[in-house]
Design a protein around this ligand. Structure first.
Ligand code: ATP
Ligand code: MG
Length: 183
């Protein structure tokens, strides 16, 4: 299931609705400091179910809503919509009925977040599971955040090994091995 496009409205710096196509081969975003590159990646993580506002550089979940600036007043809600390609019909049920899947998350001040898949309201957990089944999600090692490259270069060999094991999806094997050895 590939990402097809990301639509952001009222989220952090994206006060007006902005649509970004996600084409095959896209590996990074460039632009001047403060233009919203990290915010866009955070929007992607947020719609996939990120529940930690700290990891979105916010001091509360409502901080992701446009707070006003440059003569524009603050917004009362934010919405992010991620379109997935499901032409190969790999999505889990009950989301597997169409060639494209639209996952959306909306937050309104004082009302919290609501999630929808193809227009139908679902739980945060359903969205998290949808992405986990596709080996993706807000904590996927394939999303390389700012500072992460330097962190990997400066890491001690033991730490670096842990990062590589996490990326390879074998991090859980150590715990299972210890368990097996104790038997
Ligand atoms: P850099 O190249 O320095 O990493 P960047 O392109 O990643 O920059 P971001 O971190 O995405 O930039 O954007 C930072 C800007 O977003 C700051 O100016 C900050 O004030 C603004 N910002 C963050 N949250 C909000 C919000 N809720 N409302 C309005 N602006 C916001
Ligand atoms: Mg940045």
């Amino acid at each position: 299931m590939n990402f097809v496009k990301l639509r952001v409205a009222g989220f952090k710096t994206f006060v007006d609705a902005t649509e970004a196509p996600i084409e095959p081969g896209l590996t990074g975003i460039v632009g001047p400091n403060g233009c919203g590159k990290s915010n866009l990646v955070e929007a992607l993580r947020w719609v996939m179910g990120e529940s930690s506002f700290k990891s979105l550089r916010a001091s509360g979940m409502e901080d992701v809503i446009f707070a006003g600036g440059g003569s524009r007043p603050a917004r009362n809600h934010a919405e992010v919509v991620l379109t997935l390609d499901n032409a190969d019909r790999l999505a889990p049920e009950p989301f597997n009925g169409a060639d494209e899947i639209e996952v959306s998350r909306r937050i309104a001040r004082g009302l919290g977040s609501t999630y929808r898949v193809n227009g139908r309201e679902v739980r945060a957990r359903d969205v998290q599971l949808l992405f986990a089944d596709a080996s993706s999600g807000p904590r996927s090692p394939s999303l390389v955040g700012q500072g992460r490259v330097g962190e990997i270069i400066n890491a001690r060999p033991e730490q670096r090994r842990r990062i590589l094991e996490e990326a390879a999806g074998i991090a859980g094997l150590h715990a299972r091995r210890r368990e097996a050895e104790q038997r």
